[in-house]
Design a binder for this molecule. Structure first.
Ligand code: GDP
Length: 434
């Protein structure tokens, strides 16, 4: 998917525009800490286009002075985006801070679309003429607070999307990424993988964008490790900020089938680990929990059970995820990861037979009748799997309002008991039969 970034000095309305473009999205997730709040990255749609959008204004660069912050944000946009929206404020005219942003953006070869915000009514349109001076062609007048002009702006943005929006890799290639806090051992694990016997590294892939993925083959299965370079430290100021690493992680997750959530056995589980794991779950990816640095954990025969219990308690929303204890340093059990990756990847794209599925649901309903509400009982007519990655089921019922979260959980558990969906989230959608 193409990536769009919004840049501009503070107070031009970046987050308002971001939220307008993203639209209202209701989070379906209950107990995941802080995933959708405080958002700087999201998928969005305009007409037939699917894209991702970044609000660079939400990435605060530590203690840096204000001008340095907006410089860094413009750098991020140039590094991360396919199309850049340069946002200004029509009510204040062109300011010197706008000129600084412009100067940085002159260096990019990526398309820049200039938008002038806070043009709340047609009488104000003449305010946009000053902005030609910034040198990015026709300015697009918009109003974030009134939602005006966004259609024309997005048409222009979409015109500049890269031509090949096709698939990056063939379907039978397993794409996975490693995510986790700094220093949990992601890069070490990648090196340990690639150093395995019989692993054949085909190339450090030049995808259309950056050379960031690594392809390899093991026992005739092709794999791509997504965003390997994102784990290296390249020494730019913003790369150490938390928001930026979240942004990288979100982008890697999105391009993956399987996500390895790496924990650091030396430090144990931390709040940030939960947040990171929540992103993978919410994105509907297959998930494996990798407990790294097992070599330096002081242990007896009970330790593995104890840690497993602790992980399960902290990551309740990842009940389905297998846990693998490894050491990137000694390579202990690193070889055990590939079979697990294969297995969860298969489950992630598994389709079950409708007849069997409906038997499972009927048995479930017989065992534990559906809830009633004000004298009306939920009736389940028919269930069908509508998609994979993750497996998604539609249950046709008399009235979706009668479906409760707890009953949905019950059905999910029955489906999980009947089929092997280890490692993958599954989704249940309730629809009224028409
Ligand atoms: P990243 O930031 O997640 O990519 O983490 P790195 O791979 O750079 O590792 C951070 C530090 O932890 C380095 O000093 C590694 O040598 C060390 N490290 C990584 N994996 C292990 C492990 O399994 N055991 C031990 N003892 N150290 C490890």
């Amino acid at each position: 998917k193409p990536v769009v970034a919004i840049v501009g000095r503070p107070n031009v309305g970046k987050s308002t525009i971001f939220n307008r473009i993203v639209g209202e999205r209701v989070s379906i997730v209950e107990d995941i800490p802080g995933v959708t709040r405080d958002r700087i990255y999201s998928s969005a749609e305009w007409l037939t286009h699917d894209f991702n959008i970044i609000d660079t204004g939400g990435i605060d660069i530590g203690e840096e002075p204000f001008l340095e912050q907006i410089r860094q944000q413009a750098e991020i946009a140039m590094d991360e985006a396919d199309v850049i929206i340069f946002l200004t404020n029509g009510r204040e005219g062109v300011t010197s801070a706008d000129e600084i942003v412009a100067k940085i953006l002159y260096r990019t070869k990526k398309p820049v679309v200039l938008a002038v915000n806070k043009i709340d009514n047609p009488d104000m349109r003449e305010m946009i003429y000053d902005f030609y001076a910034l040198g990015f062609g026709d300015p697009f007048p918009i109003s974030g607070s009134h939602g005006l002009g966004l259609g024309d702006l997005l048409d222009e943005v979409a015109k500049n999307f890269p031509k090949d929006e096709g698939q990056e890799y063939p379907d039978d290639v397993i794409k996975f990424s490693l995510i986790g806090r700094p220093n949990v051992g992601k890069s070490s694990l990648v090196n340990a993988f690639l150093g395995e016997d019989r692993v054949i590294v085909s190339d450090v892939a030049g995808t259309t964008r950056d050379a960031i993925d690594t392809s390899y083959t093991y026992e005739e299965q092709e794999y791509v490790i997504i965003d390997t370079a994102g784990m290296r430290k390249k020494g730019k100021v913003y790369e150490t900020t938390e928001k930026y690493s979240v942004l990288r992680a979100l982008r890697a997750i999105e391009r993956s089938d399987v996500v390895l959530v790496v924990l650091n056995g030396e430090e144990g589980i931390q709040e940030q680990d939960k947040k990171i794991a929540g992103y993978a779950h919410e994105a509907g990816k297959a998930v494996i929990i990798v407990y790294n640095k097992w070599d330096i954990v002081e242990k007896d025969e009970k330790t593995m059970n104890k840690v497993t219990k602790e992980i399960r308690e902290h990551f309740r929303f990842l009940e389905y995820a297998p846990i693998v204890f490894v050491s990137a340093k000694t390579k202990q059990r690193v070889h055990a990861l590939l079979p697990v990756i294969n297995r969860v990847s298969e489950n992630h794209s598994m389709r079950v037979q409708s007849s069997v599925l409906n038997e499972v649901i009927e048995d479930a309903v017989a065992m534990n009748p559906a809830p009633t509400d004000k004298g009306r009982r939920l009736r389940l007519y028919y269930t069908t799997q509508v998609s994979v990655k993750p497996p998604t089921f539609v249950v046709f019922v008399n009235d979706p309002e009668l479906m409760h979260f707890s009953y949905e959980r019950f059905l999910e558990n029955r489906i999980r008991e009947a089929f092997d969906f280890e490692g993958t989230p599954i989704r249940i959608i309730t629809r009224a039969r028409t």
